[in-house]
Design a protein around this ligand. Sequence first.
Ligand code: ATP
Ligand code: MG
Length: 436
Amino acid sequence: MFKRISDVRKENEVGATISLRGWIHRLRKQKEKTFIILRDDRGDIIQAVCPSSLCEELTIESSVEITGRLKKDSRALEGGYELKVDEILVFNIAATDYPIGEYQSDETLLDYRHLSLRTRKMINVGKLRGALLKYSRDWFGIEGWMEITPPLIVKGAVEGGATLFEVKYFDNTAYLSQSSQLYLESMIYSLGPVWTISPSFRAERSRTIRHLAEFSHLEAEIPWIGLSDLILIQENLIYNIISKIKLYNKKEVEFLNKDSLTKLEAISTPFERISYENAIDKLRSQEFIIKDEEDKKRFIEWGDDLNIESERELTKDMTSPIFVTDYPLEIKPFYVKQNPEDESTGLAVDLLAPYGFGEISGGGIREDDLSKLKKRMHQSKLNIEDYTWYLDLRKYGSVPHGGFGLGIERFLRWILNFDDIKDVTLFPRTMSRILP
Ligand code: ATP
Ligand code: MG
């Protein structure tokens, strides 16, 4: 096994002869000496100095194995170690027209994402993404939830017809899943608390900085739960992930955004809770204006959905996320349980991230009453036939249950304080982008 940079950047390796494999990240050729920054397959970098005679053919992104003696040099980049190279084995000499350099427009970097993944920024984003997925898995594992993988080719809509991607399914039409919720719901009867991180697909026609056409969706569903316990589960999961990031991923966060570390430090539990009604009152007291359907400006009112502007207004001065509960039933999907204490509202909860970032998760208690659910489906003009299987769950042993869906990219965008969701996505899919 060959060594990685993180294995050798150590005091006790100084003076030893070491071989490292990787790519030429930077290259500065001088007459006698050539300075290389080598990047290994974990994205770590180290400085190497070689006799120029060994480096004549080298280009940026050539893949090599370099062998040399490790030196301590306080001037060297990344930790003060340098390799004095005396042998280079070449795997591939990269073509000289490597399109990623120091200054590129965001669009160019996206056009070449398969290569710009090798930039320091995307390496750190990739590591943080991986860490976030790992910490999620760890949490659910320790808490005893069962991980499942749902079907992604489906017949029915979850979030409504407007954002469905149609696929030709043999001689029929099917859709790409907008959410795994309905399938997770069907599993609680035999597998208990279940969860998944699966792709969800939404044909979002608006070009926004927080919507993707394909995103990583962490979804969870649990039997015999009420709204307040569901809130605690989310708070616990999210706070746990953030604590681990603070503990193990300081380097990545700091590299990507220095401010983020301070902001992460300021997050505390319990996260605030506010009812939709109180949120509307608060917005009205701040004289918050929205545009109605006729494009007229007016104060926000009970019954209006909280769009990004209202979410921004609600959270711009906060430092921790906030749960908004008890939305009007009308503005929430058919499966949301009617509030037994107030027929006009549903037991739904959205989690809004602070500093104006807005919704990162949505969930709530599901309607477990067959006739109420059917009525809501009729009102939502759904084709009941596509959902008979889902209705069976209410017919045979219905139980109170609930769950939530958290957007992994939304979560990352918030903790990194990035404007655009594309920046935390390895291969973003949007209305105008499906390549690479
Ligand atoms: P929004 O109102 O912000 O568009 P939503 O209400 O449509 O979101 P849900 O259906 O509740 O979202 O989905 C659960 C979570 O999935 C959201 O809280 C968000 O984190 C994430 N999510 C939803 N749509 C997208 C998208 N198009 N791109 C990225 N993440 C998304
Ligand atoms: Mg929502």
